[in-house]
Design a protein around this ligand. Structure first.
Ligand code: 7TS
Length: 407
């Protein structure tokens, strides 16, 4: 029996809502997770008791706010095993983090005829910044070939990573296929050729214990809102030597060292990349989310996510007239599927009437839809508050949807 890892009804009041007369079953955590009480309370407490801007004023509230903000950076760094808190840059999320690397680092090092290696399963956030970089510099995009079940094999990596590769940018976990990608292997190959490894951790950092050294990540991007934290806060991790050479992309207050009328010099990392007033409450909420996840244990969360993903994959695979995508094993917490003859948006609509929240569409991965030969899919995704019962509800909802459209 796969039970929730937490007291879901207590920690996540939103999950007690009834939806169209049914228990709300949240199967859309890959889009955004729900937020536990300690996260909401930490942000509330900041606004109720300690609100002030950070890194500037000397009064007591500013000091409290700055200490809490630094604390969040420290927690985020420890969570991904970074060597130093300064290697964590707060951003709005994965999308902003990846754009910053492509602009601030890519524009510096990528030249005409260099190569950038991607996969067809990338989220648009880990695709378009590199397309644009290629357009600006004359570099070429190369795509690693996927095996028929949507897996990246080391041989396929070896076929595209070579002496011209400056950047390999891959997601650790696909938001559609639930594939877990061989990042360490890719990193080893690109490092041999003097290039760097950029990891999109949007779907992995919430679900597995992350060690940037084990991954071989030179840069790692992730979002707070998919890991029990608030929206509008995320992280760009970068190796310190790379961050020191990388250019800022957001100019303004708090990111400078000295300014005169003609020119300016930059502050130290990470302030160089955090121009303007940061999302202070968001960072504090992310810190509380990290404490919450660490309290549950990332290894337990990883096991739980995989167990639910694989159970859902097997359950859906056994249903007639249902296509399921991605590998059988290991399969992460997102399971994409289609019901023969029913548009995924109609599937999601019937599901909603049954209290079941899923996502339908191209999941910001249109090249992957093309690779799968479909326009869109439905997708159920799980997290620490879900259980085996929720997989049973998913199955019943599919059967109900089939009956509805057969009538
Ligand atoms: N990379 C991956 C692998 C993602 O799954 C997402 C968001 C992003 C990047 C972008 O993250 P953001 O926080 O900057 O928006 N994925 C999804 C999804 O699957 N459904 O909604 C958002």
């Amino acid at each position: 029996m796969i039970n929730p890892l937490v007291d879901a009804a207590h920690d996540f009041p939103i999950l007690n809502r009834s939806m169209h007369g049914h228990r709300l079953v949240w199967l859309d955590s890959a889009a955004t997770s729900q937020k536990p009480e300690p996260v909401v309370e930490a942000m509330d407490r900041f606004y109720h008791e300690s609100n002030a801007n950070v890194l500037r004023s000397v009064h007591t509230l500013a000091d409290e706010a700055t200490t809490a903000f630094h604390g969040a950076r420290f927690k985020a760094a420890r969570f991904i095993q970074a060597d130093r808190p300064e290697e964590v840059i707060f951003t709005r999320g994965t999308t902003e983090s990846l754009n910053m690397v492509a602009r601030g680092y890519g524009d510096l090092v990528v030249k005409t005829d260099d190569e950038i290696v991607l996969s067809p399963m990338e989220h648009h956030s880990n695709l378009i910044p590199w397309q644009q970089l290629a357009k600006r510099t004359g570099a070429k995009l190369r795509y690693v070939e996927l095996s028929p079940d949507g897996v990246i094999r080391p041989e396929a990596l070896a076929a595209v990573i070579g002496p011209r590769t400056r950047i390999v940018a891959l997601s650790r976990i696909s938001n559609v296929l639930g594939t877990i990608n061989p990042i360490a292997e890719a990193a080893e190959m690109v490092h041999k050729h003097g290039g760097i490894m950029v990891v999109d951790g949007a779907q992995s950092v919430p679900h597995e214990s992350t060690d940037v050294h084990q991954l071989g990540a030179d840069f790692l991007a992730f979002s707070g809102h998919k890991m029990c934290g608030p929206t509008g806060i995320g992280v760009l991790y970068g190796r310190m030597d790379l961050l020191e050479t990388m250019e800022p992309v957001m100019y303004g207050g708090e990111m400078i060292s000295y300014v005169d009328q003609e020119t300016a010099t930059w502050a130290e990392v990470p302030q160089k990349f955090e121009g303007g007033t940061p999302n202070i409450a968001g960072a504090i909420g992310l810190g509380a989310a990290i404490d919450y996840l660490a309290g549950v244990g990332m290894d337990a969360i990883h096991e739980h996510s995989r167990a639910l993903g694989e159970l859902a994959f097997d359950t859906l695979k056994s249903l007639e007239g249902v296509s399921v995508y991605g590998p059988a094993r290991p399969h992460a917490a997102a399971v994409a599927f289609n019901i023969d003859g029913v548009h995924p948006h109609d599937v999601a609509q019937v599901f909603d009437s049954l209290g079941v929240a899923i996502r339908a569409g191209h999941h910001c991965a249109q090249p992957l839809m093309h690779w799968l030969g479909v326009g869109s899919t439905a997708r159920a995704s799980f997290y620490l508050y879900n259980s085996q019962d929720d997989v049973a509800v998913l199955k019943q909802a599919i059967l109900e949807t089939k009956r509805f459209f057969q009538r």
